[in-house]
Design a protein around this ligand. Structure first.
Ligand code: WTA
Length: 648
């Protein structure tokens, strides 16, 4: 059922909500009319168990918010214990799907009761290492259940965690753990992805060295591979030997609502990664409510978020949101194309997945392989689809709906950020008339605006800056040990609103369309990287004099990195050197940051004041018209680059 809309370029097909879904949907239109505090207060009371009730919903001293002050709560209690000790004890919490797919002999189910036992035992093990309320813990793992258990065990003890994406380098692990002053790092012996064994624990060793705050490294055995162990290291199995799994041996620590739940480092446009601070009561309210309403969670829902726990999506929509809702989830270790290109669809068929939440990049891969794989399995269980991390092209959206959603499942294109903690702009099931490629509407209790650089509020079809004019419960509280940077980055462009760093516009119906980042953040396959980080990695190479990084559109990964590099002395830009530089970035940051192309030039295009002209590099990378180059010191530099781009 689709109507053609023709009024503006951003409008194509429209899909009104299914009346049957509207009748039973958890999200109610009245919620959109509620006052902000009234809405969130109701959700916090209805959805969470508080050890002690809060006195106040919100205290707002711009830019610092305090939510649910006076309340005492524990995230692990809400995600695990209340279900394990109630009527969900025998309900499956996690369908664990290993790397070799759902038919693997290692596939298994973990019930809420079992999850509680595992978390308690893990927490007891951590306690033995001196971890308690306030102790920082690093987690550097792949998508195995122990990763989720580790996060929950930390939350149980009141020990804040910082998860470092398992594909990042050891250097990235060390930088984050040391900044956080983490005492313990939890990792696994080796990674297993797409049938390949990769190093994990030794990466961490290489990065941490001896000059680190980390005193103990806990190693989960995943492959059982032979890896070096030192006095600092302990296998999880040995640590847990003889530890009790009885919940009374390790009760959930009652935390203040505003106590730190976790830090998650993310890329900014300049400088080192930022430690985004998320606290307990507000964050839990935000993720629990959005999970429930956006994905229309029912008691019999089977939910699969195919993100990685190393990103905010994994924190909010694999661990905390779904488990707080007491839902059954799929936890998948592997990659989309292994053992075969139909593995995702086999997973959906085997477990009867009703909700799939993934990224446009993943859908683009499936689309490239062709619909025959999706058609080979029974996907009729699917009720709701979700998309996150980057703008979704309308044709990809249509493919997703047609071939995964059986031509009827509504797609929730959810806009949010590491900093926002949970979904803020999204359609709602049974309420929103969907438009492919648009996130569309603020979630209840969320107040966006689109402004120009001078602060004027923009109307229809004018692209401007997306801002949020009121606080929301899961919002970042500050940047770890750097409140000034928090103010400068998010709260200085406009004195009265949160500046998201994304461009956006309203269409004629008042629906929001996201237009991509407006700063130097690159989004490769939905992963955020800063041009600055990649440049720093490049100049670490001995032959590199200077480097500047831009991005271009890419049909598979959304954006791809183009590195412009000038070399020292007479060094020539050879193919070997290009490979070496790409490897250098992969080693320093992680494979996902590897530049798609490296362009060598005698110098970078600069103005007379010595500033690199980034706009020009962006145009070059995209293969666009260059416009005015007269302000350059040496315009021939650009001609040389253009020549190489055409060859390459
Ligand atoms: C982009 C991921 C368009 C955006 C949850 C944002 C999106 C950045 C969407 C945050 C969407 C996320 N449509 N763009 N639905 N969702 N983005 O911190 O540029 O990894 O600022 O959080 O991803 O990325 P992050």
């Amino acid at each position: 059922m689709s109507e053609q809309g023709t009024t503006t370029e951003s409008q194509g097909n429209k899909y009104p909500p299914d009346p049957e879904l509207a009748k039973t949907a958890n999200a109610r239109p009245e919620m959109l009319e509620q006052g902000l505090e009234e809405f969130w207060d109701e959700q916090a009371k209805q959805r969470l168990d508080w050890f002690e009730p809060y006195d106040k919903v919100l205290e707002w001293n711009i830019p610092h918010a305090k939510w649910f002050e006076g309340g005492k709560i524990n995230a692990c209690y809400n995600c695990v214990d209340r279900h394990a000790e109630g009527d969900k004890a025998d309900k499956v919490a996690l369908h664990v799907v290993p790397d070799d797919g759902p038919d693997s002999s290692q596939a298994r189910d973990i019930t809420y009761a079992e999850l509680q036992r595992q978390v308690v035992r893990f927490a007891n093990g951590l306690k033995k290492l001196g971890v308690g309320k306030g102790t920082g813990v690093g987690i550097y793992m792949q998508m195995i259940p122990e990763a989720v258990v580790a996060m929950l065990a930390c939350a149980r003890l009141g020990a804040p965690h910082t998860v470092v994406f398992g594909g990042f380098s050891g250097k990235a692990v060390a930088e984050r753990c040391n900044d956080f002053e983490a005492k313990v790092l939890i990792t696994q012996d080796e990674a297993l992805r797409g049938g390949k064994v990769g190093s994990q624990k030794t990466n961490a060793d290489d990065g941490l060295g001896n000059d680190t705050t980390v005193e103990k490294v806990v190693v989960v055995k995943r492959t059982g591979g032979d890896i070096p162990m030192t006095d600092r290291d302990v296998y999880l199995d040995d640590l847990l030997e003889g530890e009790s799994d009885d919940p009374s041996s390790c009760p959930c620590e009652p935390m203040e609502s505003e106590d730190l739940l976790f830090l998650l480092y993310t890329s900014g446009s300049t400088g080192k990664p930022k430690g985004v601070v998320h606290t307990t009561g507000g964050y839990l309210t935000g993720v629990t409510t959005t999970t429930n309403l956006v994905f229309d969670m029912k008691d019999d829902s089977v939910y699969w978020c195919a993100a990685d726990i190393g990103w905010i999506t994994g924190h909010s929509y694999i661990t905390y949101g779904p488990l707080a809702n007491g839902v059954t989830s799929v936890l998948y270790e592997g990659v989309p194309g292994y053992p075969d290109k139909d593995v995702w669809w086999k997973i959906i068929e085997k477990y009867g997945v009703t909700i799939l939440y993934t990224s446009p990049t993943a859908i683009r891969s499936h689309m490239k392989w062709g619909e025959k794989y999706a058609q080979s399995a029974d996907l009729s269980s699917i009720k709701i689809l979700g998309s996150v991390g980057e703008p979704i092209n309308p044709e990809v959206w249509e493919w997703y709906r047609e071939h995964v959603g059986g031509g009827k499942a509504p797609i929730m294109d959810t806009w949010w950020q590491t900093e926002t903690g949970h979904i803020l702009i999204t359609p709602l099931p049974g309420i929103t008339t969907l438009k492919p490629g648009m996130a569309q509407q603020p979630f209840p209790g969320v107040r966006p605006e689109i402004r120009d650089d001078e602060g004027n509020v923009l109307g229809t079809e004018q692209t401007g800056n997306l801002v949020l004019t009121a606080p929301w419960p899961g919002m970042m509280r500050t940047l770890y040990k750097d409140d000034q940077r928090f103010r400068d980055t998010y709260w200085s462009k406009y004195s009265d609103a949160y500046f998201a760093g994304d461009g956006a516009k309203y269409d004629a119906d008042g629906d929001i369309m996201l237009m991509g980042r407006i700063d130097d953040v690159v989004n490769v396959s939905g992963h955020r990287l800063s041009t600055f980080e990649v440049e720093s990695a490049l100049v670490e190479h001995e032959d590199v004099a200077e480097a500047a990084v831009a991005s271009r559109k890419d049909p598979d990964t959304g954006q791809a990195i183009v590195a412009f590099v000038s070399l020292k002395g007479d060094t020539q830009g050879t193919e070997e050197l290009e490979q070496a530089l790409r490897e250098q970035v992969a080693q320093s940051i992680g494979k996902l940051a590897r530049p798609a192309s490296v362009i060598f030039a005698p110098d970078l295009p600069k103005t007379r004041s010595g500033k690199i002209m980034r706009r020009l590099l962006k145009n070059l990378a995209e293969g666009e018209e260059l416009g005015d180059t007269t302000t350059l010191v040496d315009p021939s530099v650009v001609e040389e680059m253009q020549k190489q781009m055409q060859q390459g």
